[in-house]
Structure formats: structure tokens, C-alpha cells
Design a protein around this ligand. Structure first.
Ligand SMILES: Cc1ncc(C[n+]2csc(CCOP(=O)(O)OP(=O)(O)O)c2C)c(N)n1
Ligand SMILES: [Mg+2]
Length: 327
């Protein structure tokens, strides 16, 4: 596993701040009616997305659920085109046809977000099967919410990945709630990682049970996913669980009666960006200036992205009827 140097760590910080600013701006634009449909913010989970995607190379593939903006930006999706997609513009990364839940970019092997809980997991297995069949290098990083672990697709996909030794890192983003339902109210196993045992054998074959990692610590997530990806490339699937927290509601307009303000506040205090900033300032003397510069640049990047999106055209009628069938 490559140990990240200072430059890399600063880039992770840049990504995390960029994601946070992107999300905050999306919330404003939603309230102004410039973003429609549903909007699920990633605020609080940035360390998981950035750390996990940083563990991948360009040949690897990424697929996730509907809380996808942070993953897409971490994978390198252009913020202008991501913002344009949010506003349904034709310059959007999915041509304005997908919106918030479907930020996909084929060139980056970013297969997007999916609105059906767990619905993307068979696709993850399929991408991995194709790679194995064609003897291509690479792994699939399949991110999912804790809620998807109670869905049939989860079990079917994990089982087949173990049967066929597919190169998949299954990464559960356990943010402690599926909509308003706490994990322990919906799952027989509190440690979701234990689900891996259902697809593994005593002789060590089948699915590997990866770590339960502190998902608020970008370095810990990076280490865990790097190790898992290394294993998946050689042997087969791994299940990793990242313990994180979403600081905003499930989607915009969630009254959040299922948790207390004090609970949320306790996670704000230990939030991933502040924690990482603290780590960086403790590790590298005088780094504050560089971090402040990255903060300012992130704001500017988002301002530019909003400008780009606002001044982009809406899709045309021809756009509407294109990409329905493969030519
Ligand atoms: C198959 C299916 N059932 C129900 C829903 C409604 N629904 C949307 S999000 C959600 C909660 C999923 O929670 P989780 O997987 O933990 O993801 P998180 O929102 O926490 O990121 C549900 C039940 C859905 N979209 N698809
Ligand atoms: Mg959840």
C-alpha cells in the first residue's frame, strides 16, 4: 500500500472541502427551486468517500447509491458538469437526464448513483464478472448504505461474488440510519460486517470479512480500502464497514424526529473535515496557510460551477429521445 505523502493528503483535504461546499450550495439551490427532485446530502460522510476512492487506480470501477455527489467528486467528476447535472442541464455529466442521484462518468469508470436501495449491487457484481471474464485488471468499489444490507439484492450479489471470487470491495457506509430507522431497529446484526460470514467458509474461501473502520478518519478508511482492494484483486470479495454519520436529514425537508439535536451535535464536533485539518496542522508545521488557500479555492470552484450550470442550456426534445436504445 502506497503511503500518502503531504501533497496527497492536501489533495484529500481539498476534495473533502470541495464536497462540503458543493453540498451546502446544492441545499441553497434546492431551496431556490433551481434543483428539483430529491436531494440527499453527503455532509458528514466525506472522509469515507474520499478515503475509499483514493485507494483506487484508474482501471478500477466505482458504483454507489443515491447519496452520490461526494463519491463522484472524489472520483474526479468535473464540478461544473456535476453542478449542471444537479440542475438538469444538458452540459451535465449525465446529460441532465439523471440529476442528483445519477452522477455517472464512463471515462472515470464512475457508474453513478442509483435510487433503488441495493439495486446497484447486482450491477457491481456484473462489472466485476465482466472484468474477470475478460481478464482485465481492476476491482469494483461498491458503496452502499446500511439500509441496503437488508435487501435481497445485497445477499444475492454478495453470495455470487463469493461463488465466483469476484474482485469487489463491498463497502457499507454505515451512517447509523436508513431514512428514519436506526440500524439496530432494522438489522439482526449490529455489526453489519458480520454479514460476510454468511458467504465464507471455514477453510478461508469465499468472502473475506474486512475491518469495521472509523469512517470519520480519512486515513483509516484509505488504509482499510487499500488493503481490501489488494486482497480483492488477488483472491476475491471483501466486505468493509465504515462507521460514519450523516449530519443533515435523509433528504431535504426531513424533520429528523428520529434523533436528538445533541446526538447530531456530538458528530459535528468530531466531524471528518475538522478532524483531518487538525491532523494536518499537527503533522505539518505551518500548513494552515495552504489549507486556507484550499478552502478559498473550493468556494471559487463552486461559484464557477454554479455559474456554469446556470448559464447552460436545458436539454432539448432530441436529447429527451436519445440514449433510449443503444445505436
Ligand atoms: C428498494 C427500495 N425500497 C425503499 C426505498 C425508499 N428508500 C429510499 S432511501 C431509503 C433508506 C436507505 O438507507 P441507507 O441504505 O442506509 O442509505 P442512506 O440514506 O443512509 O445513505 C429507503 C428505504 C427505495 N428507494 N428502494
Ligand atoms: Mg444509512
Amino acid at each position: 500500500m502506497a503511503k500518502p505523502n503531504k501533497e496527497t493528503l492536501l489533495d484529500w483535504y481539498r476534495q473533502m472541502v470541495l464536497i462540503r461546499r458543493f453540498e451546502e450550495r446544492c441545499a441553497e439551490l434546492y431551496q431556490q427551486g433551481l434543483i428539483g427532485g430529491f436531494l440527499h446530502l453527503y455532509i458528514g460522510q466525506e472522509a469515507t468517500g474520499v478515503g475509499a476512492v483514493a485507494a483506487l487506480g484508474p482501471n478500477d470501477h466505482v458504483i454507489t447509491a443515491y447519496r452520490d455527489h461526494g463519491i463522484a467528486l472524489a472520483r474526479g467528476v468535473d464540478p461544473n458538469r456535476a453542478m449542471a447535472e444537479m440542475m438538469g442541464k444538458r452540459t451535465g455529466v449525465s446529460g441532465g437526464k439523471g440529476g442528483s442521484m445519477h452522477l455517472a462518468d464512463r471515462a472515470l469508470h464512475m457508474w453513478g448513483g442509483y435510487g433503488i436501495v441495493g439495486g446497484h449491487l447486482p450491477l457491481a457484481a456484473g462489472i466485476a464478472l465482466k472484468m474477470k471474464y475478460l481478464e482485465e485488471d481492476g476491482v469494483v468499489l461498491a458503496l452502499m448504505g446500511d439500509g441496503s444490507t437488508n435487501i435481497g439484492y445485497f445477499h444475492e450479489s454478495l453470495n455470487l461474488s463469493a461463488v465466483w471470487d469476484l474482485p469487489v470491495v463491498w463497502l457499507i457506509e454505515n451512517n447509523q440510519y436508513g431514512m428514519g430507522t436506526a440500524v439496530e431497529r432494522a438489522s439482526g446484526a449490529k455489526e453489519l460486517i458480520r454479514r460476510a460470514m454468511a458467504y465464507s467458509s471455514e477453510d478461508g474461501s469465499g468472502m473475506k470479512m474486512g475491518p469495521r473502520v472509523d469512517g470519520m478518519d480519512v486515513l483509516a478508511v484509505y488504509d482499510a480500502v487499500s488493503e481490501a482492494a489488494e486482497y480483492a484483486r488477488k483472491h476475491g470479495p471483501v466486505l468493509v464497514e465504515s462507521l460514519t454519520y450523516r449530519l443533515e436529514g435523509h433528504s431535504m425537508g426531513d424533520p429528523q424526529r428520529y434523533r436528538t439535536k445533541e446526538e447530531v451535535e456530538s458528530f459535528v464536533v468530531s466531524g471528518p473535515i475538522g478532524r483531518f485539518r487538525h491532523y494536518l496542522t499537527e503533522t505539518y508545521k505551518g500548513v494552515e496557510k495552504a489549507l486556507d488557500k484550499l478552502d478559498a479555492e473550493a468556494l471559487q470552484t463552486i461559484d464557477d460551477a454554479v455559474e456554469f450550470a446556470k448559464s447552460s442550456d436545458n436539454p432539448t426534445y432530441e436529447d429527451l429521445i436519445s440514449h433510449v436504445y443503444v445505436d
